[in-house]
Design a protein around this ligand. Structure first.
Ligand SMILES: Cc1ncc(COP(=O)(O)O)c(C=O)c1O
Length: 384
């Protein structure tokens, strides 16, 4: 559901701006990269949580999406996305919700990494007269969850799923989150190649044991944008690339000009003794995500109302509804330079967290006014 919003100058702040030109360029860049690598994109829609954006992300792709909540699965299925991979390990209390989605024709694939969960999912599926497609989550780098790819661990796990009525073993999934810990593009590319080789070998192990392994699903934004090969991989999942943020900029996989979202805020005061500017966007609008920049902990970089970066300013402190902006050089900020009422933009450290604070995007294309409003949603269940 789209609607027209008023012009930028009339927006009540804080609110979330989305530059459609940058969004489309980011999506085309990822799609082109994967096209050259010969592998489809199954975009992760957890960052954006918006039907309009998911349509852009799946354009020219097989159409499958990755979600991080069953609420996303439900909302996107209602909007016509039928091939949905729920890429968080399953919990018993979510099985009926998942079964409901499966029962109405959504091809909802579950992620499982332990036999207890496999047994419970199989019991619900059998009772409900459905089958859950299942991927086994593999831990390739000790980053988070998943089973180790060692044959003595993986094969019994896969056999257990294969033998469970109501479950259909489809393959393997991993997310090499350690790419985020790298300090060079070469390092990220090495993580990507390690992810690929471990997964391809694990798939070979399953097939050699007579088990089905059609899917080899990998991905994150940094690894997808640096991998040298996708041989043996059947799909790449990435999500934050659509928006990008200061985290991706620090990793080196994008530039500040590639960040598609910003929080529009307004100067509400000055604090001369502490050389501070106060804006009406606190942690409720920006999130608490931070990073070190030139030795200072920052919660965002600052641009003017048109999005042009003001190099020396940064968001350095957050209260609930107040943001404190200072000069990285430590110099004072003259109130005449940024009078009360001045509009500024905050570039987010982590786009997923900042976007999660908002229920809509104010979408601009090349500075167009008025803008469209694209709704986004949050939560874990769909009301009603
Ligand atoms: C399982 C899984 N797949 C894919 C992604 C997408 O990675 P990114 O946010 O780097 O695009 C994530 C992100 O956390 C994830 O958890």
């Amino acid at each position: 559901v789209r609607s027209q919003s008023s012009s930028l100058a009339a927006l009540e702040t804080p609110c979330l701006l989305l530059d459609r030109g940058i969004l489309e360029r980011n999506i085309e860049r990822m799609q082109e990269r994967l096209r050259l690598g010969g592998v489809p994109l199954r975009p992760h829609v957890k960052t954006t949580k918006c039907v309009e954006i998911a349509r852009l992300m799946t354009r020219g792709q097989p159409g499958g999406i990755t979600v991080s909540t069953l609420a996303e699965a439900e909302r996107f299925a209602a909007a016509g996305f039928r091939d949905v991979l729920y890429a968080v390990a399953m919990a018993p209390n979510k099985l009926e919700h998942a079964a409901n989605l499966r029962s109405v024709g959504t091809a909802l694939t579950l992620l499982i990494d332990n036999v207890q969960m496999a047994r419970l999912a199989g019991e619900v599926a059998t009772r409900r007269g459905i089958r859950f497609p299942v991927l086994i989550e593999i831990d390739v780098d000790g980053h988070r969850s998943g089973v180790l790819p060692a044959p003595e661990v993986l094969v019994p796990m896969a056999q257990a799923i294969h033998a469970t009525p109501g479950l259909e073993l489809r393959g393997l999934l991993t997310h090499a989150g350690s790419g985020y810990d790298c300090d060079s593009l070469k390092g990220i590319a090495e993580v990507a190649e390690r992810e690929r080789t471990i997964m391809v070998e694990a798939a070979r192990t399953l097939r050699a044991a007579g088990l089905h392994c059609a899917e080899v699903s990998v991905g994150s934004t940094p690894t997808a944008l640096t991998a040298s090969s996708y041989a043996g991989v059947t799909e790449v999942r990435a999500g934050v690339f659509a928006f990008n943020d200061l985290m991706q900029t620090r990793l080196g996989v994008c530039t500040l000009d590639d960040i598609a979202i910003s929080v529009l805020c307004t100067v509400i005061g000055h604090h001369a003794p502490q050389r501070r500017l106060i804006v009406d966007a606190g942690w409720t609008a920006v999130s608490q995500e931070s990073q070190l920049h030139q030795g200072t902990r920052i919660y965002g970089r600052i641009g003017d109302a048109r999005g042009r970066l003001i190099e020396d300013l940064a968001l350095t402190l957050l209260n609930q509804e107040h943001g404190i902006v200072t000069r990285l050089s430590g110099c004072s900020i003259e109130s005449a330079e940024f009078p009360v009422g001045t509009s500024l933009r905050i570039l987010p450290v982590h786009a997923c967290a900042t976007a999660a604070a908002h229920d809509r995007y104010h979408v601009q294309r090349a500075g167009s006014d008025p803008m469209e409003v694209w709704p986004r949603f949050g939560g874990w269940t769909v009301p009603g």
